[in-house]
Design a protein around this ligand. Structure first.
Ligand code: ADP
Length: 433
């Protein structure tokens, strides 16, 4: 038995003993009165401590736990211990909760915790951005009143695994979020939102691309099948007409071949596992090569000159030759006869810049940002007429990206254009002076 209880027992016994002794000496009445007086004093003392305990329980504060001796002392010490233990447990739970909420905040997905009646308990910042919620303001509100989607309430009620709902906020055009509802615990739910705008964009691009390729192939195929039909109807045509038709078929077949070649080149360039070769080559040689190619294509219709300083470039010579040749071919195709084309290589702020300047038809400003998109053409007819596939600048952009270079386009309609490939300094080496 703890000593406090022993001393209480001894005190009770002492009171009884004092009563008995007084009774023995002073008579029975005096004895009972003495015992009762002593017990009353003890009762008063305990009542006072009980009152202190009750007062404290109304506003428990560890700092002013009552202080006493004896049984009450040990009760208050136990209370102290209990409170300390509880404080430690609370601190541990708070720390763990903090880690959980930090993890939930770090999630790239939006998270919304709902109670059993679909009221918002908590949501992270990503969910606020995705679903237009405000954690503090909306906590306790019914989520179906805040996320206004036609089938949302039904979706939430069923909350089936693997099922998701697309959310396209009217005020944020082009943004699409996917929402999933997951049950956990005792009929609680967790909403997970993710930004799927890029997937939708990629899907739209894929669809446009397939439609564009089909459209591009359709025109030459129609010409060729028309020719075959014509031949079937008239197997022995006039030789002059035959020659003319054959030239047309040849041209259309060539167009299809160019398109397929460009598509294959693009898909090869898009393969990120295939890095470009890293070889060092003389830029001047390369530019002289592509200018000769440009002259062949121009067949004397333009003046084509080079203004180059000696330098070496690091990268895939074959890929860069194809990019430079594409820019030169465009300059030739979009510059009327008699025009001037200059191929430059210069150093600008430590960077190496290859540019093709022409005095051609130029490009109205509003088209400039979209020129490198696949199949984007300012003038579809003119591009086709000159054998263009609409993929040239996409190929150029990809090749330059693979070499950490940028494509700058400057153009004034009816005056001319300058297409520049800007290479980072570490790809350029200048010859020793
Ligand atoms: P295309 O095969 O049609 O030439 P590109 O991708 O090479 O395709 O070019 C896209 C479009 O950019 C062209 O259709 C043309 O309208 C415009 N363009 C490209 N280079 C020039 C240039 N040097 N001068 C004027 N327009 C150009």
């Amino acid at each position: 038995m703890p000593s406090a209880w022993l001393s209480l027992l001894i005190r009770l016994l002492a009171a009884v003993l004092a009563g008995l002794t007084s009774g023995f000496i002073l008579g029975a009445v005096a004895g009972v009165a003495a015992a009762a007086g002593l017990l009353l004093l003890m009762l008063l003392a305990h009542t006072a401590q009980l009152a202190r305990l009750q007062r404290w329980l109304k506003a428990p504060d560890e700092r002013d736990i009552p202080d006493a001796r004896g049984v009450w002392g040990s009760v208050f010490v136990e209370l102290h211990r209990l409170l300390r233990r509880e404080r430690k447990v609370r601190a541990r739970i708070e720390a763990e909760l903090e880690v959980f909420s930090q993890a939930a905040e770090a999630s790239p997905d939006g998270l919304v915790f709902l109670d059993i009646d679909d009221h918002i308990v908590w949501c992270n910042r990503v969910a606020e951005q995705h679903l237009g919620l405000r954690g503090e303001r909306d906590s306790g509100l019914l989520v179906t009143n805040l996320i206004r989607l036609p089938r949302f309430a039904e979706f939430l009620a069923n909350a089936r695994e693997g099922e998701s709902l697309s959310y396209r906020p009217a005020e944020r055009k082009g943004r699409v979020f996917s929402i999933e509802a997951i049950r956990f615990g005792k009929d609680r739910k967790l909403l997970i939102s993710s930004d799927v705008s890029h997937i939708e964009r990629a899907e739209t691009m894929r669809r446009d691309f397939v439609a564009n390729v089909s459209h591009e192939l359709r025109t030459p195929l129609t010409v060729i099948s028309g020719f075959i039909e014509h031949m079937a109807d008239d197997p022995a045509p006039d030789p002059a007409e035959w020659k003319q038709q054959m030239a047309m078929v040849d041209e259309q077949a060539g167009r299809m071949l160019n398109l397929v070649d460009d598509l294959l080149t693009l898909s090869r360039l898009e393969d990120e596992t295939q890095m470009p070769r890293e070889e060092e080559f003389d830029v001047r040689d390369l530019i002289y090569d592509v200018s000769a190619e440009g002259r062949r294509l121009s067949a004397g219709r333009h003046s084509i000159t080079c203004e180059v300083v000696p330098a070496f470039l690091k990268g895939s010579r074959e890929e860069l030759r194809s990019a430079f040749a594409n820019l030169v071919s465009n300059a030739v195709r979009y510059t009327p006869a008699g025009g001037r084309i200059v191929l430059h290589w210069a150093m600008r702020d430590g960077k190496g810049v290859f540019s093709v300047e022409d005095s051609g038809i130029g490009i109205p400003e509003e088209h400039l940002p979209r020129l490198t998109e696949r199949f984007y053409r300012v003038d579809r007819g003119r591009s086709r007429e000159s054998g263009g596939t609409g993929l040239g600048l996409s190929i150029v952009k990809h090749i330059l990206l693979r070499h950490q270079a940028a494509l700058d386009i400057g153009s004034v309609a009816a005056t001319g254009s300058t297409f520049s490939a800007v290479f980072p300094a570490w790809r350029v080496k200048l010859p020793m002076a």
